[in-house]
Design a protein around this ligand. Structure first.
Ligand code: HEC
Length: 130
């Protein structure tokens, strides 16, 4: 009978150990990612310059938009420069024009829609750097 009691206590001790794991999960909500309504397997994250925007600008714009190039008057090589171009030089309007329209950026033609959408969402998300 004593053996049964000892085993019961031992079992209870193990059971409470696994309970504490569950509490830890609840106490660390940052390990949980919010569901994305359009794609439940992908978390919703704010668009940032460093993470998402810089590589698009580097690939499509800075060939001209840096000092010494044709659009060196409006460099787009840093966070502050790109943010300022969105806020006061009509960058969002320029990239949403149609190929062939006056003022379209890049001058050679409209970028892939996914790139345009991402830069528009960057603005909606508050033009974050990181
Ligand atoms: C082939 C060279 C070239 C490329 C590539 C290019 N631009 Fe331009 N961009 C220019 C020139 C030249 C001007 C000035 C003439 C004008 O305003 O249309 C200009 C003007 C602009 C302006 C207005 C600046 C101001 O101060 O009035 C913005 C904003 C702009 N470009 C954004 C972009 C973005 C964003 C990209 C990439 C997605 C890009 N450009 C790609 C050549 C380029």
């Amino acid at each position: 009978m004593k053996k049964v009691l000892a085993l019961t206590i031992l079992f209870a001790a193990f059971a409470s150990c696994s309970d504490s794991d569950t509490y830890q999960d609840i106490e660390n909500p940052e390990t949980e990612t919010p569901a994305n309504p359009t794609n439940p397997t992908e978390p919703v994250a704010a668009i940032t310059y460093t993470k998402n925007v810089k590589s698009i600008i580097d690939a499509n714009c800075i060939g001209c938009h840096q000092s010494g190039r044709s659009a060196g008057f409006r460099p787009l090589t840093t966070y502050a420069e790109v943010k300022a171009a969105v806020e006061s030089a009509g960058l969002l309007n320029r990239i949403q024009l149609q190929t062939g329209q006056q003022g379209i950026m890049p001058q050679g033609g409209r970028m892939a829609q996914a790139n345009i959408d991402l830069i528009v969402k960057w603005n909606t998300d508050g033009l974050k750097e990181n």
